[in-house]
Design a protein around this ligand. Structure first.
Ligand SMILES: Cc1cc2nc3c(=O)[nH]c(=O)nc-3n(C[C@H](O)[C@H](O)[C@H](O)COP(=O)(O)OP(=O)(O)OC[C@H]3O[C@@H](n4cnc5c(N)ncnc54)[C@H](O)[C@@H]3O)c2cc1C
Length: 481
C-alpha cells in the first residue's frame, strides 16, 4: 500500500524532534518524514496548557550522544545557563551529596524552536495544531495516525510511526494491535510536579539554597513527600524552583500533619522558606511567556519493558523513560530519540517495519541506558518509605564517593562502604535502613544482569519478562503502596 510518508513522528517535543532529525540525517535526507504536534508552531513542544513544564536541567551526555550522530551542538539562547553538577542536601542540610557532571539549564520554550529549525533544514515536514487520537492499524500492523485538525478528521499514513506524545500518550493507551507494550501506568509510578521560573533579588548568600554553579536538590519527606524539591539556577537572578510529590505519600503526610496542602501550597511554602530569594516575581522574560508557572506529571518507574511493535515505536516520556530517582527525562529522550530515529530510517531502507526489525531499537536502548532503571525503581520505592531522620543519617553515612559517581551515571549505588559503617551504626532504625539499602543493591545486581540479556528478538520476550516480573514483584511486596 502507498503511504503518505516514510516515517511519522507523533509529538514534536524533545524526543520527537531528536528522532525526526536523526532519521533525516542518517538517511541523508532521502526520506519523507513528518512531525505532527497539537501545538501551533510558535508553541512547539509545549507539554500542557500550563507550559513547557520542566526543571530545565540536563546533563551534557544526552545532547552529546545526539551530536555524535548528527553533528548538532546547542548553545545560547536555547541553553540559558551552564552548571557543574547537582548537590543534594539532607533534610537538616547538615549533609550533602555532590554529583559532578557538566550540565545545561535549557530554555524549554526556545529549545524546540531551535530543534524544529534544524529538522526543517534536513527536509523534515511539520503539521501543527493536529490532535492525534489513535494509530491506524490493519492486519496487526500500525500504518499511520488519525485525529482532528481544524475541527475536521485528520489522517496520515506511514511505514513507521514513532510515538513521542509524552507520558499520557493516547496512542499507546489505545494501541489496537497485539504487542508486549504496557499501555497504562500505575498511579504510584507518577510524580505530580510543579515549578516556577522566577526572577529575584538576593536577600543574602547561602549556597545550600541557591548556587549559581550547581543544581540544588532538597531531600525532605515533609516538604516534598515521596519526591524532592529543587532550586536550579537559570542566571544570577533567575531560578527554576519547584518540587515533585507522590500522591499516596502526599496524602499520608497531610493526614499525619492535619493539613490540607495541595501541590501549589507546598511549592509556595518552599519558595517562601528560601532565605536567599527576595522580591520574587514570575519571569518577565518574553522567552518565558506562558511558562512561568506550571504543573505536570512525570513517570518515575523503569521504562516500558517493551518499546517496539509492528510499525510502531515508543520513545521518551511516552515510554516512561524519565529516571526513577530524579525524574530526569531529557537525557533518555535524547538517547531513545537518536536510537529510534536511526532504526526507523534503517527499517524504511530495508522495507521492513515489523516488530522483529524494530526490536533492535528496544534492545540497543536497554543495553545503552535502560538496564539500570529497574534497580533504581526499587531504590526509589525504598526511599519513599523512610522518614527525614533516616534520610539525614543515610545521606551523612551511607554513601561513598564511588556510590555518587555511579548515581551520576544513572547506576545503582553498591553501598560498598556499608560493611565498614555498620559497626558504628546507632539505632535499630538506621540498622534497618542499612539492611534495606543492601537489599536494593542486591536486587539491582540481579535485575541489571537480567536486563543485560534483554531478548534480541520478540519471541524470547515472554520468558525473559516473567523473570523480570518475578524479581520486581518480590521487591514490590517489600515496599508496597
Ligand atoms: C515539573 C517537571 C520537572 C522536570 N524536570 C526535569 C529536569 O530538570 N530534567 C530532565 O531531564 N527532565 C525533567 N522532567 C522530565 C522532562 O521534562 C521530560 O522527560 C521530557 O520533556 C520528555 O520529552 P518528550 O518529548 O518525550 O515528551 P514531551 O515533552 O511531553 O512532549 C510531547 C509532545 O507531544 C505533544 N502531544 C501530546 N499528545 C499529543 C496528541 N494527542 N496529539 C498531538 N501532539 C501531542 C505535546 O504537546 C508535546 O509537544 C521534568 C518533568 C516535569 C513535569
Amino acid at each position: 500500500m502507498e503511504r503518505d510518508y516514510d516515517i511519522i513522528v507523533a509529538g514534536g517535543g524533545l524526543s520527537g524532534l531528536v528522532a525526526a532529525t536523526t532519521a533525516a540525517h542518517v538517511a541523508k535526507q532521502k526520506l519523507r518524514i513528518l512531525v505532527i504536534d497539537r501545538n501551533p508552531s510558535d508553541d512547539q513542544g509545549k507539554k500542557t496548557v500550563s507550559g513547557w513544564v520542566c526543571g530545565d536541567a540536563v546533563g551534557a551526555h544526552g545532547p552529546d550522544y545526539f551530536k555524535k550522530f548528527t553533528g548538532i551542538k546547542y548553545g545560547k539562547p536555547e541553553i540559558e545557563h551552564f552548571v557543574k553538577g547537582v548537590i543534594a542536601y539532607s533534610p537538616d542540610r547538615e549533609a550533602s551529596l555532590k554529583f559532578t557532571e557538566d550540565g545545561y539549564i535549557l530554555n524549554r520554550r526556545l529549545m524546540p524552536q531551535r530543534m524544529k529549525n534544524d529538522a526543517e533544514k534536513l527536509g523534515v515536514e511539520f503539521v501543527n495544531e493536529a490532535l492525534l487520537q489513535r494509530v491506524l492499524a490493519d492486519n496487526g500492523m500500525v500504518y499511520g495516525v488519525e485525529g482532528t485538525k481544524d475541527g475536521k478528521p485528520f489522517r496520515k499514513t506511514a511505514k513507521v510511526v514513532i510515538d513521542a506524545t509524552g507520558q499520557a500518550s493516547v496512542l499507546r493507551v489505545n494501541l489496537p494491535i497485539k504487542s508486549y507494550i504496557e499501555k497504562t501506568i500505575d498511579r504510584n509510578d507518577l510524580e505530580t510536579t510543579g515549578r516556577y521560573i522566577m526572577e529575584f533579588e538576593h536577600a543574602k548568600e547561602d549556597i545550600t539554597f541557591f548556587d549559581p554553579n550547581y543544581c540544588v536538590i532538597h531531600l525532605d519527606n515533609i516538604l516534598a513527600p515521596g519526591g524532592y524539591a529543587w532550586v536550579f539556577p537559570k542566571g544570577p537572578n533567575k531560578v527554576n524552583i519547584g518540587l515533585g510529590v507522590n500522591k499516596t505519600c502526599h496524602d499520608e503526610r497531610n493526614r499525619k500533619l492535619g493539613k490540607n496542602q495541595d501541590l501549589k501550597g507546598l511549592i509556595d511554602e518552599y519558595v517562601k522558606l528560601n532565605p536567599v530569594l527576595k522580591n520574587t516575581r514570575p519571569s518577565q522574560d518574553p522567552n518565558d511567556k506562558g511558562n512561568s508557572y506550571g504543573t505536570w506529571q512525570v513517570s518515575v518507574r523503569r521504562q516500558n519493558d517493551c518499546l517496539a511493535a509492528n510499525g510502531y515505536m515508543i520513545i521518551g516520556d511516552a515510554a516512561w523513560m524519565a529516571k526513577p530517582l530524579d525524574a530526569g527525562g531529557m537525557g533518555p529522550a535524547f538517547f531513545s530519540g537518536t536510537i529510534a530515529g536511526k532504526r526507523a530510517a534503517e527499517a524504511v531502507e530495508a522495507n521492513d517495519s515489523s516488530e522483529k526489525f524494530l526490536w533492535k531499537y528496544a534492545h540497543d536502548f536497554m543495553l545503552e541506558r535502560g538496564l539500570n532503571t529497574p534497580g533504581m525503581e526499587i531504590f526509589r520505592r525504598m526511599l519513599q518509605k523512610i522518614d527525614n531522620s533516616q534520610l539525614n543519617y543515610g545521606t551523612r553515612h551511607f554513601l561513598s564517593k564511588m556510590d555518587m559517581d555511579k548515581i551520576t551515571r544513572g547506576e545503582h549505588p553498591d553501598f560498598s562502604s556499608l560493611d565498614k559503617i555498620e559497626m558504628m551504626i546507632r539505632g535499630a532504625l538506621n540498622m534497618k535502613l542499612a539492611k534495606e539499602m543492601k537489599y536494593t543493591a542486591s536486587k539491582n545486581k540481579s535485575l541489571s544482569t537480567l536486563f543485560k540479556s534483554y531478548p534480541d528478538t520478540p519471541d524470547k520476550f515472554p520468558a525473559w519478562h516473567s523473570l523480570v516480573m518475578k524479581e520486581m514483584q518480590e521487591a514490590f511486596k517489600r515496599y508496597p503502596f
